[in-house]
Design a protein around this ligand. Structure first.
Ligand code: URA
Ligand code: URA
Length: 258
């Protein structure tokens, strides 16, 4: 295994390659493992971990039923608080349930909480969140007016991408959250959110720039993740086009009373 310094360099290279992949399409990347001195402890998820696409454990199934029957966001949040299957293998993280207007017409869905989000229990409150607030302002939405959530409700270690297993365990909760809010629009922030909700491996380039029908009557669109914009400001222009498209369709559906 690489030592800490080499691991950092490898991670940087890998992140760059992933960014290229998001733009140009998929290619294989080798797993670089964990740095030697990493203090990560192994999972508390037990037998669900690494079970591929197998059925969830029985306890998980019971929960899924309760989740589907949750009548309010508060009820769903309570279930999330007690759901061990929403945790990653990073221990002692806080639930980041989601925040905003329960009757929002626009729901934004990111990837997973980072360290600030974990500390405050609220999505998009770090640097990426501040940029997200500005993007919303630019199209005359207030943060309080929309609803903001993530694919995962707990922070992954080292901000790594959510694993397919983690996303699968989280989705019933997120789908219920979406069904309780009943938004007109969903905005997927970044590749992970888009590929998860659209159940595809297509790259960003193929998914942006149009509305995808989602869960009967929702217009789902995909744009760059604000953290990706901080790394690569050249993508801001496309993001601006994306959010203008959202505002236009929103106004067409709701009348332009602003
Ligand atoms: N990035 C995300 O995807 N979600 C957050 O809540 C914060 C940063
Ligand atoms: N990578 C991501 O995860 N999101 C983007 O928006 C672009 C690159």
């Amino acid at each position: 295994m690489p030592d800490k310094e080499s691991h950092k360099i490898l991670q940087t290279v890998r992140d760059f390659l992933k960014q290229e992949e998001d733009t140009y399409g998929p290619f294989q990347l080798p797993d670089i493992g964990k740095p030697e001195s990493s203090g990560q402890t192994k999972t508390n998820i037990g037998k669900l971990e690494g079970s591929g696409h197998a059925e969830p454990a029985d306890a998980g199934l019971d929960n899924v039923k309760r989740v589907e029957q949750a009548k309010t966001l508060e009820e769903l949040r309570e279930l999330c608080l007690n759901a061990s299957e929403l945790h990653t293998d990073l221990e002692n993280t806080n639930l980041v349930f989601g925040i905003g207007n329960p009757d929002a017409k626009v729901m934004l869905i990111g990837e997973a909480p980072g360290s600030q989000e974990d500390k405050q229990g609220e999505p998009f409150v770090g640097r990426a969140g501040q940029l997200l607030n500005k993007i919303l302002e630019a199209i005359s939405f207030r943060r309080e007016e929309v609803y903001i959530a993530n694919i995962l409700k707990h922070r992954p270690p080292n901000n790594r991408d959510p694993l397919p297993e983690e996303r699968r365990r989280s989705l019933p909760y997120l789908y219920r959250q979406i069904d309780l809010i009943r938004p007109q629009f969903i905005v997927c922030l970044g590749r992970v959110s888009a590929q998860t909700l659209l159940d595809t491996n297509q790259p960003m380039k193929a998914l942006r720039g149009r509305f995808h029908p989602f869960r009967n009557d929702i217009d789902l669109m995909v744009t760059f993740h604000p953290a990706a914009l901080l790394r690569n400001p050249a993508w801001k222009r496309d993001t601006w086009e994306d959010v203008k498209m959202l505002r236009k369709r929103y106004d067409e559906k709701n009348g332009e009373n602003r």
